[in-house]
Design a protein around this ligand. Structure first.
Ligand code: UGA
Length: 453
């Protein structure tokens, strides 16, 4: 919405949320305090805020004034009831649709921006149609699907120069009204129009294909490690085939983020719902492989450290699910750290953007202080974790450094200095293959890199 406001000074954009704290953070005079860390977002918000971009908790008033409403609420995987663990929980979409139905005025175009299971537009339409009937047609609605394809960390560039914008719907006038918004800066040939269901399904399919590529390359990485091949050489060799392409072939600790897992599980649920068992288990295997990759990394750390990490200090570099974001949703670091704590390790975790409180919520465990950590824990006891200020502090006294996020800083670490403060024999486990392996080995470290045999 900030980018739309930035690119369309003639359009008034009002972002509403029920959460007062969050809205006031978006209105904070200091742009470094915005609630989401995303490179370049502060500049965009700085240009548009108070001009034609507004953040408010006056939800009903904003709905009443709007010609077009984007529903951008979250749709997490259901945790209970029918479809638990796979289907999306649509309660916030439904609540938003009901609020729009009650507060709207005249004709309103309602745009689904949240990633939704296929045929959700039908539910939204039914709620809005009921409101339309109740008022004898004094309020009318058109429903469009306009899924978002940006990736975190590169969101601003992805929005300013999208590969495509997808608009699904049946009402031609509404489709053209939304196309005209994007037409302010997106070339006409990149604005695709489809029916509602194709648009909704395209979003799930794009994420399923992307996640499948990561599970594919991670499966090959495990085989490279076993055979003596190098997954980066394999990726380069296959990526030059224009049918395959070079992007999204980086082996790692498994994909994270709020979308891939949820969207594939959603796809699996849909396939099962329609009786397509083979299609369902095909996509399910992408998730199975991803979970296995995370467990595999935790296991190989334990195996390399003489089969036990109990009482040993392990420096974990990176907690976010990818670089350039403070988002930790479904981050591979969560499962890997939990597994190591379970094994009795003392983790020393550092991340340039993730706060200790977030790590504690994700690990469901409070940190201990560095002093408590130095006193050690009884052998066989459950592990602990501390939040550290820098990789050097984290490495002090550690048996191993484990890199889980590809932050730029981790490409240029001084391995001599790190090795000097570690306990010998010391290990580097580089699950992102970002550190300089030559420098790390020259410092005396044992080095494991994902996908290197
Ligand atoms: C993903 C999609 O890329 C976006 O197109 C989509 O709009 C978004 O989900 C969404 O549905 O909202 P995002 O999750 O922000 O975007 O980030 P990605 O860059 O796709 O990375 C996802 C995960 O895959 C990260 O954990 C990343 O480290 C991992 N990854 C990515 C790899 O392990 N290897 C790769 O080669 C690429």
């Amino acid at each position: 919405m900030a980018v739309i406001a930035d690119r369309c000074p003639d359009i008034k954009v009002t972002v509403v949320d029920l959460n007062e704290e969050r809205i006031s953070a978006w209105n904070h005079h200091d742009l470094s305090c915005l609630p989401v860390y995303e490179p370049g977002l502060d500049a965009v918000v700085g240009r548009a805020r108070s001009r034609n971009l507004h953040f408010t908790t006056e939800v009903n008033q904003a709905i009443a004034e709007a010609d077009m409403i984007f529903l951008s609420v979250n749709t997490p995987t259901k945790t209970r009831g029918v479809g638990a663990g796979q289907a999306s929980d649509l309660r916030w979409i439904e609540a938003s649709a009901r609020q729009v139905a009650a507060a709207a005025n005249g004709h309103t175009i309602v745009v689904e921006k949240s990633t939704l299971p296929v045929r959700t537009a039908e539910a939204v339409k039914a709620i809005l149609a009921a409101a339309q009937g109740d008022t004898g047609g004094s309020k009318t609605f058109s429903v469009l699907s306009n899924p978002e394809f940006l990736a975190e960390g590169t969101a601003i560039a992805d929005l300013e120069s999208p590969d495509r914008v997808l608009i699904g719907g049946e009402d031609a006038a509404a489709i053209e009204a939304l196309a005209a918004v994007y037409g302010h800066w997106v070339p006409a040939e990149r604005i695709l129009r489809t029916n509602l269901w194709s648009s909704e399904l395209s979003k799930l399919t794009a994420n399923a294909f992307l996640a499948q590529r990561i599970s594919s390359i991670n499966a090959i990485a495990s085989l490279c490690e076993a055979t003596g091949a190098d997954v980066r050489e394999v990726a380069r060799a296959i990526g030059t085939d224009s049918r395959i392409g070079p992007k999204f072939l980086q082996a790692g600790p498994g994909y994270g983020g709020s979308c891939f897992q949820k969207d594939i599980l959603n796809l699996v649920y849909l396939c099962r719902h329609y009786g397509l068992e083979e299609a369902a288990s095909y996509w399910e295997s992408v998730v199975t492989l991803n979970t296995w990759q995370q467990q595999r990394i935790a296991r190989l750390v334990v195996n390399s450290l003489f089969g036990t990490v109990s009482g040993k200090r392990i420096a974990v570099l990176g907690f976010a699910f990818k670089a350039d974001t403070n988002d930790t949703r479904e981050a591979p670091a969560i499962r890997i750290c939990r597994d190591l704590i379970e094994e009795g390790a003392q983790l020393a975790i550092v991340d340039p953007k993730v706060e200790a409180g977030q790590m504690a919520r994700d690990l469901e465990k409070a940190p201990v202080t560095p002093d408590q950590a130095r006193m050690g824990i009884p052998l066989g006891g459950e592990g602990t974790w501390t939040h550290e200020a820098s990789p050097l502090e984290a490495a002090r006294g550690a048996d191993a450094v484990l890199i889980l996020t590809e932050w730029k800083d981790y490409r240029q670490l001084d391995w001599q200095a790190l090795h000097a403060v570690m306990r010998r024999p010391a290990w580097l486990f580089d699950a992102r293959a970002v550190a300089d392996p030559v420098a790390a080995r020259a410092s005396g470290l044992n080095v494991w890199r994902v996908g290197e045999g």
